[in-house]
Design a binder for this molecule. Structure first.
Ligand code: ATP
Length: 307
């Protein structure tokens, strides 16, 4: 709450516009924030839904506190909070292209059309649709940079995936959704807390074997998820593990499996995925090492886009 004191915004300064999306806490709306000292600006206003429990309200504001404590070009910024005269609102920088998963899938529809027209047009499409090797690699490096920063701050995100990243007007990635994030204090992590927050919903498809088996989260489990995010990038938002049910994925990963890669994935993509998905957490690269890996070995779009 002390952290948020510097961010308080009066409700009258806000003009709420259309809905941008919705999540477990409630909906996110476009809003115009009027300010005396600065020009007015558009922001994303996240509202807590009406019937939220008090524990959900504190979780909601806790996420705002976490974002307020972070300062990185690839981590979404907190603009303000409204806590008087009504349900709380958290104001965040607006990401013009919305979440990364929606962004990738919108491009996938275009790619499928271009693919039907033949490989030649598919190649030119990659440039036009901003899914060239450079564009995909840049997004992956930005996610890695955000995670390297979190790691330097002793924060574990615990829910890294394309749906939890945003894309701004410059097509730059912003890591968001810090509802699950925790400081790496011994004993602070725990599956029951996680289960409670998600009402039993685990992001199983992005979880490392040790998270699935023992509820352990660390920088290394964020790197496993980063590997799955890379898979989402090169397949333009395909569901990891295809149509396998979460329960089946749990068994499959427990038995030593990891997400299947597209048959045409490049050696660079396969190499990075294998590093991120090593069974032993200590053997996985750090986020900073993934960032460096990508500088030398760019990703490429998989043409096998269908699940
Ligand atoms: P949760 O895991 O909390 O359910 P979520 O990502 O599904 O998370 P929200 O964070 O509430 O839900 O966001 C819902 C949707 O609103 C996002 O998927 C995205 O499309 C859109 N959105 C959220 N924040 C922004 C933002 N800062 N700029 C633009 N769009 C946003």
């Amino acid at each position: 709450a002390v952290v948020l004191a510097a961010y308080l915004v009066k409700r009258e300064a806000l003009e709420l516009r259309e809905e941008l999306g919705s999540g477990q806490f409630g909906c996110v709306r476009l809003a115009l924030l009027r300010s005396k000292s600065h020009c007015s600006r558009y922001v994303a206003a996240k509202a807590l839904r009406e019937n939220a429990a008090p524990t959900e309200e504190s979780e909601f504001l806790r996420e705002a506190c976490t974002i307020a404590s972070l300062d990185h070009e690839h981590v979404v910024r907190l603009i303000g909070v409204c806590i008087s005269d009504g349900p709380p609102l958290v104001l965040m920088e607006l990401a013009f292209f919305g979440d990364l998963l929606g962004y990738l899938r919108a491009r996938r529809h275009l790619a499928e059309g271009a693919d039907c027209a033949g490989r030649e047009s598919f190649a030119s499409y990659e440039e036009a649709a901003h899914v060239s090797s450079e564009a995909l690699t840049r997004l992956a490096r930005e996610a890695a940079a955000a995670l390297a920063y979190l790691s330097s701050r002793g924060v574990v995100h615990r829910d890294v995936r394309a749906a939890n990243c945003l894309v701004d007007a410059r097509r730059s990635l912003k890591l968001a959704d810090f509802g699950m994030a925790r400081e790496t204090v011994a004993g602070a992590d725990g599956a029951p807390e996680y289960a409670c927050r998600r009402r039993g919903m685990f992001p199983v498809l992005w979880m490392a074997p040790e998270s699935l088996a023992h509820g352990v989260f660390s920088g290394a489990t964020d790197v496993w998820a980063l590997g799955v995010l890379v898979l989402e990038l090169v397949t333009l938002g395909a569901r990891p593990y295809g149509s396998m049910s979460p329960l089946r994925v749990l068994e499959y990963v427990a038995a030593g499996g990891c997400p299947p890669l597209p048959l045409d994935a490049t050696p660079q993509t396969c190499g990075l995925a294998r590093l991120c998905w090593q069974r032993e957490a200590e053997r996985r690269p750090s986020a900073a090492e993934v960032h460096a890996y990508l500088a030398a070995r760019p990703l490429a779009l998989s043409a096998a886009l269908r699940n």
